[in-house]
Design a binder for this molecule. Structure first.
Ligand SMILES: *Cc1c(COP(=O)(O)O)cnc(C)c1O
Length: 217
């Protein structure tokens, strides 16, 4: 699908559920994609991208940023504390804040660097052991903890279990956000972004539907 087809689907869903057109941000997930595909989407005028790995983004985006200075890149994948400094320098937002140790490291780095990307707290709504994210029952306390550290928490993020109805997880994430006064909801991927919009997503993260299948070679 082309980027404009995805954008049209997003607008259609916003209309259908009575949301303002343009209230959902489309993060084009460029992880693993060849540079030519990413560049084509940049030339098409899109400026908001998502990556999964610090190292991969470090090799790709400083170059693109020279030509496309208004580009915005978000980190979506898990972040190790020893890469936190590099991540803070590379990304405009981090969607994978998921544990106290990382929150403390980021808070320390904010003091040193003087600024911080926007932060989304990842919630493991399906309570899957192999998946990152704070457990739903720990989310309220963790949000408070991050706020006490003066971290700029702008939203919550989740990746629902592959074999469950995503809408239930999106609704749970929204509920946690609402009761904590958090505005942003990063949820929905290629297969379920419309359902995420219906549940209030402010950021959808769409990769393969825009760029084609990823070739992990
Ligand atoms: C890869 C990835 C996406 C995009 O997945 P698609 O199914 O290709 O749209 C979204 N969010 C996260 C966290 C990802 O790792």
């Amino acid at each position: 699908m082309s980027l404009s087809e995805i954008t049209a689907k997003i607008e259609k869903e916003e209309n259908r559920v009575g949301r303002a057109v343009g209230s959902t941000k489309l993060i084009a997930v460029s992880k693993v994609q060849p540079d030519e595909r990413v560049e084509a989407v940049l030339r098409g005028g899109h400026r908001l991208f998502g990556e999964n790995k610090v190292q991969e983004a470090a090799g790709k985006w400083p170059g693109f940023r020279e030509e496309f200075s208004d580009v915005e890149v978000h980190l979506l994948g898990p972040l190790q504390t020893n890469k936190a400094r590099q991540a803070m320098e590379l990304f405009d937002a981090i969607h994978s804040l998921d544990r106290p140790k990382l929150a403390n490291t980021l808070a320390r780095l904010v003091q040193e660097l003087g600024n911080c990307p926007e932060l989304f707290i990842q919630v493991n709504t399906g309570e899957e052991p192999q998946k990152a994210g704070i457990l739903p029952s720990d989310a309220d306390a963790f949000i408070q903890e991050c706020r006490a550290l003066d971290l700029p928490i702008v939203g919550l993020m989740s990746i629902p279990p592959a074999d469950e109805e995503a809408s239930l997880h999106f609704a749970l994430l929204r509920k946690i956000a609402e009761r904590n006064g958090v505005d942003g909801l990063s949820m929905g991927m290629s297969g379920d972004f419309e359902r995420a919009i219906a549940q209030g997503a402010t950021h959808v993260r769409v990769g393969s539907a825009i760029f084609g299948a990823r070739d992990y070679g």
